[in-house]
Design a protein around this ligand. Structure first.
Ligand code: 5AD
Ligand code: SF4
Length: 467
């Protein structure tokens, strides 16, 4: 069989190969084979893994969470911080014994970490039991990779990063029944100096709005009540495309789909967050009242070194505009502590910004040097221990702010999606339109429904009653 599809950007050829894998996999194992998908990293990776699962099902596999009983194992990896990479190496080491016990098992590594040449080389040399390694832009070719390996191909290493169109119609098997991810774009053009993503996911590419709407409609029809639009920088959706649909317009189009559901989105870069977008959130009832707006550092000097294209004042102005237009908006953010050259004076500006804005929650990270990024070769005199102390100081401040914030919820009523049952028998928990989670008495049949809940108290978690 030839593989003319190596540069082609639709799934048709892979769908044909998937059928052939189904036949030869059954011959190879003599039973319906099982596949285990192990995911590291962000929501984008979780969403990509749902497509890996969809493809595996189309190849006749059933899914398992038990790595030891899997006939196909795939690690979808993350490269954003060193810690994530270390965890992956620890996990792929387990495959050695698994393949001793079950030699017909096939193992693959993909995702952002695998996209780096040095990592692929290391796996080639030091992890000979990994059969297939592939990068972020060729994952739709999974059927072909498995087919080739089952037919005796040497180990497969495919890292091409061609920045072509996003491949449509790749099968998907979503993990959740009511909450689902919907990827609207991929890649990043921003080149923040600390970040590996533009190197491993390639240039920014937006999906066609019609394709997104089609998928959103299908999700609503299938009963999804909470749809999160995903992209490294959703605010620049549609830039450079002929269709002229920007992110705010796309949101309005999805909001117009009939049905009772919520729209969320992430991640937004402050430099591309427009007043038009804020007004769209305010005007469209289905868009949740949540804005994740990573500021990374409160110091304009550090923001410049990070290549973020906004300063402290501009960020605060944007927050002011968001609060004015959307009074109940839940604001969240990402922060990096200990960027190369950051002083305690700079860090204090991060603290004061956190204090001023009062975020609902924060994702905080200690800077991790990434090979090949500009920041990795900047002087970095502050010790890890010192950075750890700053980090703890930031956490303590946020805890104090969060404790104060919880008081605002008591006595108010929120529309909540019943999304998780049984942390305690007879109790449901659910998300508000913002980021808060409330627990309340309800039976399992309420899963996937919206209810109005009045918040009575807070003790690590909000407790309320349906009204
Ligand atoms: N070190 C620490 N944190 C990082 N992030 C991205 N790159 C790094 C790095 N090298 C954080 C940023 C980003 C989030 C997804 O991860 O805060 O917004
Ligand atoms: Fe990890 Fe970033 Fe890749 Fe997501 S995009 S998987 S966080 S490196």
């Amino acid at each position: 069989m030839s593989f003319k599809g190596q540069n082609c950007n639709n799934f048709d050829e892979q769908a044909v190969i998937a059928d052939r894998v189904k036949a030869i996999a059954f011959e190879r194992y003599g039973y319906i084979p099982k596949a285990c998908v192990i995911t590291f990293g962000c929501q984008q990776n979780v969403s990509d893994s749902e497509h890996l699962k969809g493809m595996l099902i189309s190849m006749g596999y059933t899914l398992t969470e038990e790595i030891n009983e899997a006939d196909f194992i795939i690690f979808n990896t993350c490269a954003v911080r060193e810690h994530a990479e270390d965890r992956v190496y620890g996990n792929i080491g387990k495959v050695k014994q698994i393949k001793k016990d079950r030699p017909k098992t096939i193992a693959a590594v993909c995702g952002c970490m695998a996209q780096q040449e040095k990592v692929a080389e290391k796996i080639k040399k030091s992890y000979p039991y990994i059969d297939i390694v592939f990068g972020t832009q060729v994952s739709f070719r999974l059927p072909e990779f498995i087919y080739r390996r089952m037919n005796g191909s040497p180990r497969i290493f495919e890292l091409s990063l061609e920045n072509g169109d996003i491949v449509e119609d790749v099968p998907v098997s979503r993990d959740g029944k009511f909450k689902g991810w919907l990827s609207i774009m991929n890649g990043c053009n921003n080149f923040c100096t600390y970040c590996i993503v533009p190197y491993v996911r390639g240039r920014e590419r937006s999906r066609d709005p019609e394709k997104i709407l089609e998928e959103a409609r299908a999700m609503v029809k299938a009963g999804y009540k909470d749809i999160t639009l995903l992209g490294q920088n959703v605010n620049s959706y549609g830039k450079g495309c002929e269709h002229g649909v920007n992110f705010a317009k796309l949101l309005r189009m999805i909001n117009d789909i009939e049905g009772d559901f919520r729209i969320r989105f992430m991640t937004s870069h402050p430099k591309d967050c427009t007043i038009e977008l804020l007004d769209t959130i305010r005007d469209c009832p289905k868009i949740s009242l949540h804005l994740h707006l990573p500021f990374q550092s409160g110091s304009s000097r550090i923001l410049k070194l990070m290549n973020r294209y906004y300063n402290r004042e501009q960020y605060l102005e944007l927050i002011k505009a968001a609060k004015e237009r959307i009074p109940d908006v839940a604001l969240t953010s990402d922060i990096i502590v200990g960027f190369p050259g950051e002083t305690y004076e700079d860090f204090k500006e991060t603290l004061s910004l956190v204090e001023e804005v009062e975020f609902s929650s924060l994702f905080t990270f200690i800077y991790s040097p990434r090979n090949g990024t500009p920041a990795a070769s900047m002087p970095d005199p502050v010790t890890r221990e010192e950075k750890g102390k700053w980090f703890d100081e930031l956490l303590r401040l946020q805890e104090k702010i969060a404790a104060k914030n919880t008081q605002k919820f008591i006595g108010k009523t929120y529309r909540v999606l019943c999304d998780s049952y049984g942390s305690e028998e007879g109790f449901m928990s659910g998300h508000t339109s913002g980021t808060a989670v409330i627990e309340f008495e309800a039976d399992e049949s309420m899963l996937g429904k919206f209810v109005d809940v009045k918040v009575n108290s807070y003790n690590n978690v909000f407790k309320g009653t349906i009204i």
